[in-house]
Design a protein around this ligand. Sequence first.
Ligand code: DGY
Length: 329
Amino acid sequence: MKAKVYITRRLPDRIIEKLEDQFEIRMWKEENVPVPREVLEREVTEIDGLFCLLTESIDKSLLDKAKNLKIVSNMAVGYNNIDIEAASQRGIMVTNTPGVLTETTADLTFALLLATARRIVESSDYLRGGKWETWSPMQLTGQDINGATLGIIGLGRIGEAVAKRAKGFDMNVLYYNRARKYEAEETLGITYYDFDDLLKESDFICIMTPYSPETKNLIDRDQLSKMKNNAILINTARGGIVNEEALYEALKSGRIWGAGLDVFVEEPVSLEHPLLTLPNVVALPHIGSASIKTRLRMAELAADNLIDALNNEIPKYLVNTGLVVSKEN
Ligand code: DGY
């Protein structure tokens, strides 16, 4: 009998076909509407594998309903939407899709940095809104990127890829990471700073760290108060790493200069959100990895993880690796 798999959003045909070859597939067929919780709760009861997105909360109460579930394959590198401990306790593997989205996410991070510093969105709106009546010396002036100091918080794969781009713009690159990375310092020509000093010295601060209880509100009032007046904060990681209320106050009062945000605490962000009222915020709908090539690769990788797990092999990108070790012992 074929193993049963539920897919929580419409996937490209070639990925569905690949999974259909081996499994009995059911899928939430909408593209722009997430699977309702009650549907997911119903579907999860019988399945062996779950292919899900970061929009689904895979928590204890959902996992309790899953009698046969062996794998939760998340089509994202981040997995803060999944209760890893609860999955591990139930012997359920959790996988993610690192690597394939590194360069694409770094591109978007840099695009957001450029757009925020040079007021690209505001300038475009200015033109289209019929406000462009003449050229004038200080009209729509922004911040220079070349020669500025960039502070990267979290030097993982994406952080390193952002550093590489920054070097091409002649930026001075600082980083903070839990563990120092001597080789990256050497190869990329970047400098380790402790957290507070990085906040004080940087013109641009890019948040590139995973979201966890330790990084929740990592950037709060106190941290914002240490930044330069001309500082620009870029967040393409997870919304919860920044206290949005504190960020709003810092931007509104001119404590810092601008912010480029691809992620929010609640997604999709409400159009009533105070941050969206500010002209010095460039806001995007979580599109860090959204290139055609990369999203296809992510889907492919998530499918491969699922296939491996349901064929009793260790998936390449297993998050709860301890599970396999304890199963083998
Ligand atoms: C991820 O993979 O975690 C991104 O946020 C979406 O690509």
